[in-house]
Design a protein. Structure first.
Ligand SMILES: C[S@@+](CC[C@H](N)C(=O)[O-])C[C@H]1O[C@@H](n2cnc3c(N)ncnc32)[C@H](O)[C@@H]1O
Length: 272
């Protein structure tokens, strides 16, 4: 996991950058701050290494001439088109019931943003300190957006390893309607053609992969299923369409899409 990273900013955003530096330090990341004259496309081309930058739009991850943040404002169009009927994730997670939901693998938070928009009350758990700080910044900025404010009011962020968080919830006899899992999946990367195509479309995922461990060291999240089943009446796992089951465990039900599927595990004996 990245524990040292450079943070570029322009002098007018120095104070905010220093705040990010302090927050990241408290989460175990050593940030070297550099004030530069202009954070423009040329600058990013000339500085292709993985780094952070801070500008008027908050905190960004940058590398290879690209910038990325969990850009929740850019998701508004998609949210406005989404409905309980049109979204497979809505059926898989039974969002019509406005469930309490733990998303134990937050990432960029896009799935959770959609689920919160469609009615879920979401606890979003992420263990990566840089990703978590990016998420926190997106959450904060979304609070001042006329459309997103109501949506993010239903999202609570937790910086933790989900295994620890789920164990803690089980010890306190907490039960939620849904635990949602979307762990990293290396087989996607073995198909280089598919990944290249995907990466051109999804530069966000490309940058996310640079931040997270390589294939060999990747945590596939198999341990999370059993822990999730202790507190979630329904556990929903997002998988690439042809991927093996999480923890090799056959689900009770599946929803199949073109690129991905949702596997659901029901615990009928769990009551709140
Ligand atoms: C594929 S991404 C999830 C993408 C997400 N569904 C979205 O819509 O952006 C997986 C994320 O889960 C996080 N993760 C994996 N295992 C975790 C764990 N045990 N605890 C907390 N976060 C975890 C990784 O750091 C990564 O950010």
């Amino acid at each position: 996991m990245v524990s040292d990273i450079r943070l570029y900013t322009e002098s007018e955003h120095l104070e905010q950058a220093q705040q990010f530096q302090a927050v990241l330090f408290s989460r175990g990341v050593h940030v070297e701050l550099s004030t530069v004259e202009k954070l423009n496309a040329r600058f990013f081309r000339l500085n292709p290494d993985l780094a952070l930058c801070c500008d008027a739009d908050g905190l960004w991850l940058c590398a290879n001439g690209m910038k990325m943040q969990p850009d929740w404002k850019a998701e508004v169009g998609r949210l406005k088109r989404a409905s309980l009927k049109s979204e497979m994730i809505a059926r898989a997670c039974n969002l019509g019931e406005k469930p309490s939901l733990i998303d134990a693998t937050a990432g960029l938070g896009h799935d959770s943003l959609l689920m919160a928009h469609l009615g879920a009350h979401v606890t979003l758990v992420e263990r990566h300190p840089i990703l978590f700080t990016l998420l926190e910044d997106s959450h904060r900025r979304a609070q001042s957006d006329a459309f997103l404010a109501n949506v993010v009011a239903r999202i609570q962020l937790v910086f933790s390893d989900s295994a620890d968080y789920l164990i803690q919830q089980a010890e306190q006899n907490h039960v939620v309607d849904v635990v949602y899992l979307d762990p990293m999946f290396p087989q996607r990367d073995q198909n280089q053609q598919a990944v290249k195509k995907q990466a051109q479309v999804k530069k966000q995922m490309q940058l996310l992969h640079m931040l997270l461990p390589e294939d060999g060291e990747m945590d596939l999240g198999d341990n999370l299923l059993e822990l999730a089943q202790k507190i979630g009446k329904r556990v929903v796992v997002k998988r690439p369409r042809l991927a093996v089951f999480l923890a090799d465990k056959q689900p009770n039900h599946q929803w199949q899409g073109d690129a991905c599927r949702f596997d659901a595990y029901f615990q009928h004996d769990l009551v709140a």
